[in-house]
Design a protein around this ligand. Structure first.
Ligand SMILES: NC(=O)c1ccc[n+]([C@@H]2O[C@H](COP(=O)([O-])OP(=O)(O)OC[C@H]3O[C@@H](n4cnc5c(N)ncnc54)[C@H](O)[C@@H]3O)[C@@H](O)[C@H]2O)c1
Length: 271
């Protein structure tokens, strides 16, 4: 029996092969989830993703829904369709995220708002709009409903060159804690995962940018330097990071709410 047997999950930001959102969807399916609705506004890899998932886990348990997480209307549609198809929602993973690499001096208010809209406001929308469905999970599972916000080590580490990302991820942490207190009596657990360097296509592109900017000679040197900030001195693969989400979504975590799970090779022990 899988650790997520019978659960229905919505996972945002799952529209790119090799990213964390898709790895979470696949891990949930592997652990026996009844259905997983991955969502993304990006559609260019949608067909490839659906055939990849269906060939591994069979048809009928996975959908990749078109969804801009900053749109309340899109949230309502995804929620209604998920409940219509599978009878409820037990787990919400707010995973979609973006960054604009600049400090305070070089970040426009427009860019700051864009990052806040995806990394913070969308978490608020998902938590608020999914809460009524998640509260009903208590009738099916002792662990009730689960919200898991994918934040970052950025939520506790300052950085001079990525202001919108760090501020929005820090705000997401407080939103998680407030949600844990507010939703606890409705048996919805609210936790966050804080990944460190996880080798997704986005990160490989970022490492290449660092090399182009002359910061390191090769992407491998950049990866080693960033990973070396933690005592383990290694980076994570998306499949490793997904394990943290499986735990928090599972019945094993039924006594866990308001927790910040640092999945960062130990960097967070300083904060
Ligand atoms: N990879 C890492 O090292 C790392 C470390 C810490 C935290 N994270 C967090 O993990 C999450 C996933 O990151 P990733 O590395 O897999 O990157 P990614 O860019 O592949 O994943 C983010 C996904 O979110 C989607 N997205 C962006 N804006 C959206 C919107 N408005 N509506 C719907 N979908 C939208 C993108 O299309 C993309 O598929 C992000 O929240 C990121 O901040 C990643």
């Amino acid at each position: 029996m899988g650790r997520l047997e019978g659960k229905v999950a919505v996972v945002t930001g799952a529209g790119r092969i090799g990213n964390i959102g898709l790895a979470i969807c696949e891990a949930f399916l592997r652990e026996g989830a009844k259905a997983v609705v991955g969502t993304d506004f990006r559609r260019d890899e949608a067909d490839a993703i659906v055939s990849r998932v269906e060939s591994a886990y069979g048809a009928g348990r996975f959908r990749l829904a078109e969804h801009d997480v900053t749109s309340e209307e899109d949230w309502r549609r995804v929620i209604d369709e998920t409940i219509g198809d599978w009878g409820g929602i037990d787990v919400l993973v707010n995973n979609a995220g973006i960054s604009v690499h600049a400090g305070i001096a070089d970040t426009s208010l427009e860019d700051l708002r864009k990052v806040m809209a995806v990394n913070h406001d969308a978490l608020f929308l998902g938590m608020k709009l999914c809460a009524p469905a998640l509260a009903e999970a208590a009738g099916r599972f002792a662990g009730g409903g689960a919200i898991i916000n994918n934040l970052s080590m950025a939520s506790y580490m300052p950085n001079a060159n990525n202001i919108g990302y760090h501020v929005s991820k820090a705000a997401g942490r407080m939103l998680t804690l407030c949600g844990a207190i507010e939703f606890g009596p409705r048996k919805i657990r609210v936790n966050s995962v804080h990944p460190g360097l996880t080798m997704t296509p986005l990160i490989y592109e970022g490492l290449n940018d660092y090399v182009a900017a002359g910061l390191w000679e090769t992407p491998e040197a950049a990866e080693a330097a960033i990973a070396g900030m933690g005592p383990l001195k290694i980076s994570s693969q998306p499949e490793d990071t997904a394990h943290a989400f499986v735990y928090l979504a599972s019945e094993e975590a039924r006594f866990v709410t308001g927790a910040s799970l640092y999945h960062d090779g130990g960097i967070g022990q300083r904060y």
